[in-house]
Design a protein around this ligand. Sequence first.
Ligand SMILES: *[C@@H]1O[C@H](CO)[C@@H](O)[C@H](O)[C@H]1NC(C)=O
Length: 408
Amino acid sequence: MPTLSFNMNCVADFFTYETTKSVVVKSWTIGVINRAVQLLIISYFIGWVFLHEKAYQIRDTSIESSVVTKVKGFGKYSNRVMDTADYVTPPQGTSVFVIITKLIVTENQIQGFCPENQLKCKSDSDCQNPVSAAKGGGIPTGRCVKYNDTSRSCEIQGWCPAEVDNVNVPVMLEAENFTLFIKNSIRFPLFNFEKGNLLPNLTSEDIKTCRFNPTNQPFCPVLRLGDIVKFAGQDFAQLADTGGIIGIKIGWVCDLDYSWDLCVPSYSFNRLDSVSEKNKVSPGYNFRYAKYYKQENGTEFRTLMKAYGIRFDVLVYGNAGKFNIIPTLINTVAAFTSVGVGTVLCDIILLNFLKGADQYKAKKFEEVSETAFPPDTSCSSMYRSNQTLGGRCEEKQSTDSGAYSIGL
Ligand SMILES: *[C@@H]1O[C@H](CO)[C@@H](O)[C@H](O)[C@H]1NC(C)=O
């Protein structure tokens, strides 16, 4: 055979179009199942994927945000009036700050040697135990010294006198009436969308008088601390006593297909350190800090404070969506493709469970035996590689993937 015509045959074989031969089954049962499955898939895509999950939108989840806080109010603590500079730490107005509600103060500490208050002892040997060393207020010297008229305790080197923190001190309950002003700006970089929690209809008079309330005043940026703690399901007096961490969450979930005004913040509150609520080992939140001074003669001394307080963490989260043609196209194609999934289910039912399944099988799978066709030598080597032994191309259609023949 001349090489040219051999090649022409191959080219002609290549430029063909294969289409699937369909078997129409006129059965009510399978027909109803088929349409029901298709309806189910279509309604899932329209109802859930498109309307609920908004698959036609492109979503920006990388919200940029800044938070400024300011606490106002006066409290009374150990014959002193406490103002913002006394009880808020750090003072910069960050999104995480502590309102100190209880203080254990140890004044005039200097570097030296003194008895520790927790490690009682009878002789020096009681103070040689290395396990107890970590407990005290300094480095143990290993000596047992006089603590007061009736008892002796282990000596330490460090800031003296050592702190006594197992005492009952009052709580600054006025903190319940303090107000917290939150200024939050956000931006969705993908859409260059900017907004803040001070909505345009808020007047300077409102800011002075309004108090946040989820039902009446959901957009007031001034919150009463007692309310925040109550919304988080906690008791203020108890929380102020042990200390704790409260989360103030500001959510910005926006559909930018609607107007700018409809993108508004939503506030929610909860206790973040629920672990300290549920165990007795470390029930709450406290920390120590000190103020340092110098005497005339140059010796340094300090006032040590163990502070209990409520820490507030302002957490901002959010995402925004806007119509975009690419996700719309991708999801529409996915929806149409998925309608075809119904045929798999229908085929299983048709070929296995329906009355007359054998007849349907016979119609669906045509058997072609090898001997039915004479050897065809015009077949190209490309096709031959797909064929059974002997290099015969008994049927062109058999080059199809043949997924259904598994059922035979
Ligand atoms: C908070 O303010 C209210 C009303 O002004 C007052 O009745 C209440 O005693 C205050 N609470 C505390 C703990 O001072």
